[in-house]
Ligand binder design. Structure first.
Ligand SMILES: [Zn+2]
Ligand SMILES: [Zn+2]
Ligand SMILES: [Zn+2]
Length: 331
């Protein structure tokens, strides 16, 4: 009797063991069919930054002009006037090239392929009273690139890093005013990363050097795109400092705003309410590159940044400009 029970029990165990292994087998098969969901490493992130920027710096530079509507004028009216005037220009055989016209929240953005095109367009629109009187017309200033100096010893005087770099690296001599410390990334280690904003000219010199000397050591340089985002409410380009955030705190984990019992399920605070992304994968934090909205912000900043010194060298001739361009592209 006892023997029979033991045999049955061992059979059940055996059957269950088979079930378990089948389950694992099925899971393994699923894994083979699914794309790997490997966590993104920091190296991957840096690489992707590098790729976006490399692609951008190889593209011919677009110029941007902005027709920003005055407070009480309608943007739709302004858009109509801009379109009408472009039509007039064309009927007068004006062949100024335009890449794109975008209606924004505050006015009209026009992209052109060259500086000549932008200059003649600005001149054209400034001659039109009905546009000029209702809007501010100007060329958009490109952003300067941001980079990170990796693992700089805290003994190095970070407030004077621009002077130190220009003293220690002959290639940067005299460019102190084109390097600005934005902030050190706080750490408890004896070294820290320094985030710098540099002119396109300094950017190109530094990119060729791959590393620079501080007063104490040689340090590596990385591209870094700075996205402004309040870490309390997670809105982008906030008009407030995080400490003075007027909004309720948004949960980085579950995405809920204000006091709540967190269910610890990861949902992105920004993607939850986004018309397009809410139906997609929202299992990420709102402040990193796994978030498609955050990634869009990075792409927009890269789009607006001038990585190419040619744009700022207004005194160089076209021939010299081409030489600089080829130099960069041949790297
Ligand atoms: Zn905020
Ligand atoms: Zn929560
Ligand atoms: Zn998201």
């Amino acid at each position: 009797m006892i023997f029979k029970q033991i045999t049955t029990f061992s059979m059940i165990l055996k059957e269950n063991a088979n079930n378990i292994s089948l389950e694992i087998l099925n899971k393994k098969l699923d894994e083979i069919n699914m794309p790997p969901s490997k966590p993104i490493s920091f190296a991957d992130i840096v690489k992707s930054d590098q790729n976006i920027i490399t692609n951008k710096s190889r593209k011919p530079e677009e110029k941007t002009m902005i027709i920003s509507a005055n407070k009480d004028s309608s943007i739709t009216d302004l858009q109509q006037k801009v379109h009408n005037h472009i039509r007039n220009m064309r009927s007068n055989n004006n062949k100024t090239k335009i890449n794109k016209i975008i209606k924004s929240r505050t006015g009209i953005i026009i992209k052109t392929p060259t500086s000549n095109d932008i200059d003649s367009l600005i001149e054209e629109f400034k001659k039109q009273d009905e546009i000029k009187n209702n809007a501010n017309i100007y060329q958009a200033k490109a952003l300067d690139p941001t980079i990170v100096l990796k693992k700089v010893d805290k003994i190095t005087d970070s407030d004077n890093i621009n002077i130190i770099l220009c003293n220690m690296n002959p290639e940067l001599e005299g460019l102190e005013d084109e390097i600005k410390l934005l902030f050190p990334i706080k750490t408890s280690a004896p070294h820290q990363d320094l985030v710098l904003r540099v002119s396109p000219k300094v950017y190109c010199i530094i990119k060729k050097l791959h590393h620079v000397h501080t007063d104490l050591e040689v340090v590596q340089i990385r591209d870094r795109v700075m996205v402004r985002q309040c870490q309390n409410c997670f809105i982008f380009h906030p008009q407030h400092k995080q400490k003075e955030c007027p909004n309720l705190k948004a949960c980085k984990t579950c995405g809920v705003t204000g006091p709540h019992q967190c269910d610890l399920i990861q949902r992105c605070h920004n993607c939850i309410k986004h018309p397009m992304y809410k139906s997609k994968n929202i299992q990420h934090q709102p402040n990193n590159k796994q978030c498609p909205i955050y990634q869009d912000q990075i792409n927009r900043i890269v789009e607006k940044t001038c990585y190419n010194p040619v744009e700022t060298e207004t005194t160089t001739t076209t021939q010299q400009n081409n030489a600089v361009l080829n130099d960069i592209h041949d790297q």
